[in-house]
Design a protein around this ligand. Structure first.
Ligand code: 5RP
Length: 222
């Protein structure tokens, strides 16, 4: 199985998990990225079984609407039962690095609201210690240099992601070579830096269920 086939397999597993648990007024939170896109395309087959979705990015909203799935603003949506999204890295405690697609802030907001966060990923994303993947941080543009200097004090190497503007009008700094052996602590320290909107560590609110695509089938970690 190639990587796309593994991504499709976990998207299908997420669909199979939520399908029997949906009702006509269910609202589903939907993430961003290539794995989430496979999930969106499959979710279209179930569109009469639930009310609608909340999207974690403009790109996801467009894709959902393209399938005729109603997209709600989070503030007017009630309870979000499930949030389904990919990740750039995951560990066995279901702590994640996200934001490779620059959607981390809205992803973190929807994950915070959802009752159950289902992470879908191929096995290449599972790591022992987070941080091989550079950690994305969304930053208010005028704070770019200040935030960069503060990141250096924490031991990381900040790299400005050229040409990227988030859906919120901000920039992304990717942190290389950061020691993330204590993810909750680093998540909190980064969020204390003035000018940081949020960072891509999902450790204070990890996933509840990780569906991992492996060559031997989909593995569930909860
Ligand atoms: C976007 C994300 C994505 O979930 C992450 O980048 C994984 O993407 P893909 O499924 O394409 O590997 O956090 O901001």
């Amino acid at each position: 199985m190639n990587q796309d086939e593994l991504k499709k397999a976990v998207a299908k597993a997420a669909l199979d998990y939520i399908a029997p648990r949906l009702s006509s007024d269910s609202i589903i939170g939907v993430g961003t990225g290539s794995t989430a896109n496979f999930f969106i395309d499959m979710l279209a087959d179930l569109r009469t079984e639930f009310d609608g979705a909340v999207a974690s990015s403009e790109a996801t909203a467009e894709r959902l609407k393209g399938h005729g799935i109603p997209v709600y603003d989070l503030n007017s949506a009630g309870d979000i039962e499930f949030y389904v999204d990919g990740a750039d890295e995951a560990n066995e405690r279901l702590e994640l690095i996200k934001g490779g697609g620059a959607a981390l802030t809205r992803e973190k907001i929807v994950a915070a609201v959802a009752r159950t966060f289902i992470c879908i990923a191929d096995e290449s994303k599972l790591v022992g210690v987070l941080g091989q993947f550079p950690l994305p941080v969304e930053v208010i543009p005028m704070a770019r240099s200040h935030v960069g200097r503060e990141i250096v004090k924490l031991g990381g190497d900040p790299v400005y992601r050229e040409g990227v503007v988030t859906d919120n009008g901000n920039i992304i700094i990717d942190i290389h070579n950061l020691d993330i052996s204590r993810p909750i602590q680093i998540e909190e320290q980064l969020n204390q830096i003035v000018g940081v909107v949020t960072n891509g560590l999902f450790a204070r609110r990890p996933a509840d269920l990780l569906l991992l695509g492996t060559k031997d089938g989909v593995k569930s970690i909860a």
